[in-house]
Design a protein. Sequence first.
Length: 319
Amino acid sequence: MLVLITTGCSTGENAEEAQTSGENEQTEKEDSGSENDAFPVEITDAADETVTLEKEPERIVSMIPSNTEIAYKLGLGEEIVGVSDHADYPEEAVGKEKIGGLQFNVEKIISLEPDLVLAHASSLQQSEQGLEQIEEAGINVLVVNEAASFQETYDSINMIAKAAGAQQEAQNIISSMKTDVENLREQASSISEEEKKTVWMEIQPPPDIYTTGSGTFQHKMLQLIHAKNAAASEEGWLPYTTEDAVKQSPEVIITTYGQSVEGNPAAQIKNRKGWSSVPAVENGDIYNVNSNLVSRPGPRLVEGAEKLAELIYPDVFNE
């Protein structure tokens, strides 16, 4: 982790008036500096727990990079006092206190005296005991939902924003993301079924090749820009043999690990035994993209989709 349908002219006009009135009310609140009026707030998080925040948090610890990116985009950089070891964006996050990765340091988190800890559903099973210890120390823990779509990313942004009193910022971010997604969709509409390119996304190189099937962000991004995922018949992150990968005859190959391996992924793929006849290899259409842009559920996902679009269909999206 949509569509609101109104029927009848009169109902639509009334709804529009109500919306305008609500927007005016919100503006008045913002102008009067009464943002804290939103507290206390109750949020049902991804662990199905009700989290109650009595006041706007002043010290926040983020336990996963995607939460950190969202928090910074919401304007909460000053409130962030601790981040996970792999938090590398924005640059300011690198200098924050580190609290560990999947094996996080409970004592370190408690010592930072946060009002709010942003945990994540993706690691809930491994972190449950540690999170309980943090809660027992009187610290609010919010488990943010795992996201595999743009809508679920919007949900994550809204959840963090509500907990931090940054709902207006969230509306602005989500509105901008939706506009950019629609722009991509509109541009992609000119690509016919016959013109769709088959794309092999390689997220781990040999000896254990992994790709991305349906039900993932990468798959949805490819759908958005009218490209075919070579591994769409299977779901999730999955292993592939080099022989099976070659059989897909992709016209474009996208790697997402160039920053973490030695050498040039494109050159390595070109030199693989049995890959010379693959259309993407023959035409030199092998590219690397930053993994964080296409897998980290946060505000930069649209940037990742735009990058894929420009690489796969340069004649359509580079105009």
